[in-house]
Design a protein around this ligand. Structure first.
Ligand SMILES: *[C@@H]1O[C@H](CO)[C@@H](O)[C@H](O)[C@H]1NC(C)=O
Ligand SMILES: *[C@@H]1O[C@H](CO)[C@@H](O)[C@H](O)[C@H]1NC(C)=O
Length: 235
């Protein structure tokens, strides 16, 4: 049995792992919400290669949850091997997180280009694809916006004054929504960008917080593991 200050480290490691398990669950939940709130609704505005992002979040959440289980057991059982395994896994996750953060930061402009490209091209398919029509209707209704940069865009696309009914609040799909009616003025691309920025900031801040925890966890775990080994050697 470890004693004195090390008992304290042992329980700190245990508590830390509980927090860690909770953060794993939180990442999982954010992944699920991002999937439902952004990807399921706006899949037509997103490149297929980006569809994996929430799945990665969900997977990372599950992995962190499992790793914290190792850490908890290792701390309670004072098992040297489990604690070392735990620290190594934690280190790998930490490196992965830093890499993901850097890649995300470097590619942040690409998301803007993607939206520019996708919103523009899908506007021209509004009347020919039911699926794209649904995505645009959801976007305009939920984000209270009209067209990519404003209602004028629909005029360019349609070559008449008709607007999709979702450009007007509470209007039936009966052709009554036009440039002359009370329609949303906001640009959908700006609204969509601020929604994405909101998600990215939450994920980024959570990531930084968790990374800080991980560094602490690795330090605790190493201290405990070293102490346990020393005890074995003296016995
Ligand atoms: C889409 O992009 C093309 C080419 O840049 C541009 O001419 C057109 O006006 C854009 N359409 C809309 C609706 O913004
Ligand atoms: C305006 O153009 C759209 C797309 O071409 C068409 O579906 C719609 O019926 C037109 N509206 C009017 C009033 O002509």
């Amino acid at each position: 049995m470890v004693s004195g200050g090390m008992t304290c480290v042992k329980y700190l490691l245990f508590c830390f792992n509980l927090l860690f398990a909770i953060s794993g669950l939180a990442i999982l939940v954010v992944g699920v919400i991002a999937h439902l709130r952004i990807y399921a609704q706006y899949s037509n505005f997103v490149y297929p290669s980006y569809q994996a992002a929430p799945i990665i979040l969900i997977t990372v959440g599950v992995i962190i949850f499992l790793i914290s289980f190792f850490g908890c057991c290792g701390a309670l059982k004072e098992n040297h091997c489990m604690i070392i395994t735990f620290s190594v896994l934690l280190g790998i996750i930490l490196i992965g997180e830093i890499a993901a953060g850097v890649v995300g930061y470097i590619n942040r402009n690409e998301v803007e280009l993607m939206l520019d490209n996708k919103l523009n091209s899908t506007m021209y398919q509004y009347y020919t694809s039911k699926d794209i029509q649904r995505t645009w209707d959801v976007a305009q209704h939920e984000l209270e916006c009209c067209g990519m940069n404003g209602a004028d865009d629909w005029q360019k696309v349609n070559r008449n004054y008709s607007l999709p009914h979702t450009c007007c609040p509470n209007t039936q799909n009966d052709g009554s929504c036009t440039k002359g009616s009370d329609h949303y003025k906001a640009s959908c691309i700006e609204k969509l960008q601020s929604l994405l920025v909101k998600y990215a900031s939450v994920i980024g801040a959570a990531g930084l917080g968790i990374a800080g925890f991980q560094v602490l966890g690795i330090i605790f775990a190493c201290a405990l593991a070293r102490h346990i080994r020393k005890e074995y050697e003296t016995v």
